[in-house]
Design a binder for this molecule. Structure first.
Ligand code: NAP
Ligand code: F7E
Length: 325
């Protein structure tokens, strides 16, 4: 039985990846950090699975991850843990660097010391392209990050490549563009919109307050994207891949379509601009070129933008209707 170790298992991607690996017959170990109230909502449905084990540790604590990896001896390590909200990275830039940048080195050091044969996946991000130097963005497009989060991810990306080249480790980076789902954190714009639209439809709130409606993103479905992570670790050679849909849409389009799904005819009537949601430096346009992933991994997205908006809005309509009273 193959063994996988996932950091960030309580997050959106970690929960989908754990599900997928369990269905493939893996024994899955998930790193969780101590919290005063449990935050296992996204993994509640698999928590009693006989092949899932949670391990206590933190990316800030080198010893905890080294000891866990020494004990488990995993075949595959997926480093998904991070401070992943871009806006917060301006409020907590140092902590973001500790988790999202230096945390990667801690993971690579732990693997190098405890299980050097394990294959390592690093969750890189399209935020590294920031102020884009090329359209669409490929594996060879130069980085120009626009937030402390983006800068930290560039560090994580290059240290992964550096360990591959220095120590001959099977270490890869997936440059994943935005991917969403009903499990997305409520602070991210897609889930925020889908949730607000559902609440407006049900008469629980009047408006949705947003920042920049013009920003464009290449949005895919998270469940598709975790399959790409797994595929990257099944290859003969360690390599880095862009994972994206190849389409871009604005925040405004997401809002308009979500309103259509919910049966709200005039989206402008429910929208308010609030400058508090604008960013000190914006990433205006992201659009990825996934041709290398298609050619070498045989990976393609299965959910279109319109389907994604529908999945997310309908999920919120169901959830919000449950606690209507
Ligand atoms: P997410 O929902 O925010 O999940 C982040 C996970 O990291 C949570 O499980 C969190 O644990 C854990 N974590 C944070 N700090 C930690 C620490 N110090 N020690 C241990 N665990 C820690 O993020 P996601 O959307 O699933 O994304 C997964 C990864 O992909 C992240 O690295 C993100 O930056 C990257 N990424 C995401 C996207 C996207 O569009 N979703 C695109 C490109 C790259 P708690 O539950 O305890 O907070
Ligand atoms: O913002 C605009 C905002 O926070 C998307 C993370 O998973 O993807 C994610 O980062 C856009 C930005 O995601 C609001 O200015 C307008 O242009 O949903 P977001 P993100 O910043 O693209 C990348 C690939 C990651 O790696 C990250 O971990 O939407 N926007 N109004 C707003 N954004 C938010 N959050 N809230 C608003 O009210």
């Amino acid at each position: 039985m193959k063994k996988a170790f996932i950091t960030g298992i309580t997050g959106q991607d970690g929960s989908y990846l754990a599900e997928s690996l369990l269905s493939k017959g893996y024994k899955v170990y998930g790193l969780t950090r101590r919290t005063s109230t449990q935050n296992f909502q996204r993994i509640e449905h698999i928590i009693h699975h006989e092949n899932l084990e949670l391990v206590s540790g933190d990316l800030l604590d080198q010893h905890s991850i080294t000891v866990a990896l020494k004990e488990i001896q995993p075949d595959e390590v997926y480093n998904l843990a991070a401070q992943s909200f871009v806006k917060t990275s301006w409020d907590q830039p140092v902590l973001t660097g500790e988790f999202t940048a230096i945390g990667v080195t801690r993971m690579l050091e732990a693997v190098r010391f405890a299980c050097p044969e394990a294959r390592f996946y690093q969750a890189s991000s399209s935020e590294m392209f920031g102020k884009v130097q090329e359209v669409p963005q490929t594996e060879n497009t130069p980085f120009y990050p626009r937030s402390p989060y983006g800068v930290a991810k560039v560090y994580g990306h290059w240290i992964t490549i550096n360990y591959r080249e220095s120590f001959n480790m099977f270490a890869v980076s997936g440059i994943l563009f935005n991917h969403e789902s009903p499990r997305r954190g409520l602070e991210f714009v897609t889930r925020k919109i889908a949730n607000a639209v559902a609440r407006i439809k049900l008469g629980k709130q009047q408006f949705v307050e947003l920042g920049n409606l013009e920003a464009k993103r290449d949005w895919g479905f998270a469940k598709d994207y975790v399959e790409a992570m797994w595929l990257m670790l099944q290859q003969d050679h360690a390599d880095d891949f862009v994972i994206a849909t190849g389409e871009t849409h604005s925040v405004g389009e997401f809002l308009e379509l979500s309103c259509q799904v919910a049966g709200i005819s005039d989206w402008r009537s429910v929208y308010r601009h609030n400058p508090k949601y604008d960013r000190p430096a914006e990433v205006d346009l992201l659009i990825g070129d996934p041709s290398k992933a298609k050619q070498k991994l045989g990976w393609e997205p299965s959910v279109t933008f319109a389907e994604l908006v529908k999945i997310m809005t309908e999920a919120e309509l169901i959830e919000e209707a449950k606690d209507r009273d």
